[in-house]
Design a protein around this ligand. Structure first.
Ligand code: ADP
Ligand code: MG
Length: 179
């Protein structure tokens, strides 16, 4: 029974990314960390926006890249932190941002360019690697740690990817999410 640790999906359209964001939102629990990687324009902020909408942040609230503020917080079904660490000098500055004491606790934390600081972020969660593709984008999901694997299992189940022949073992057959 190998736990699912990696899944790659195609996101051929912006709409597909929005739908995936809604699915991910439905799977998130307080304390979860999601790291987003991918070239400029690959769709990191767009995906965060889709997740935020899925968590109930209203359309009137603009979800913009926190490139300069480094972290934005939104009131949603769960407190939502959106960070972009592209300009962060070093891991020491993470503490001042107030991210590290929210991960694993009350908030859902989505971090663009977080992989550079994975150790300081706790190295536990779901890593999303976005890449340009034809058409659209591809998304590779990588689970790290128990929390990341649990989140990826929930996402895969909602996407109906399952975990192959192993999914009869630890199946949580509860499928009453909002979708
Ligand atoms: N699956 C997709 N197919 C095509 N275009 C997409 C897809 N997902 C997002 N986009 C577009 O790609 C751009 C991504 O920009 P942005 O999210 O700011 O990128 P990043 O934060 O990675 O620099 C947006 O213009 C968005 O409309
Ligand atoms: Mg961005």
């Amino acid at each position: 029974m190998d736990p699912l640790t990696e899944v790659t999906i195609s996101l051929p359209t912006r709409r597909a990314t929005q739908r995936f964001g809604a699915t991910l939102a439905a799977c998130l629990t307080a304390g979860d960390l999601v790291v987003l990687e991918g070239d400029l324009g690959a769709g990191k902020t767009f995906l965060v926006r889709s997740v935020a909408r899925g968590l109930g942040v209203p359309a009137e609230t603009a979800i913009t890249s926190p490139t300069f503020t480094l972290v934005n917080e939104y009131v949603a079904a769960l407190p939502l932190l959106h960070s972009d660490l592209y300009r962060l000098g070093g891991a020491g500055e993470l503490v001042e941002l107030g991210l590290t004491d929210r991960i694993g606790r009350d908030a859902v934390t989505l971090v663009e360019w977080g992989d550079r600081f994975s150790a300081a972020l706790g190295d536990e969660g779901l890593w999303l690697w976005l890449a340009y593709a034809e058409p659209g984008r591809t998304l590779r999901m990588e689970a790290r740690g128990a929390r990341g694997r649990a989140l990826l299992e929930r996402v895969a189940e909602k996407l109906e990817l399952g975990s192959g022949s192993d999914d009869d073992v630890d199946d949580d057959v509860n499928d009453d999410g909002p979708f």
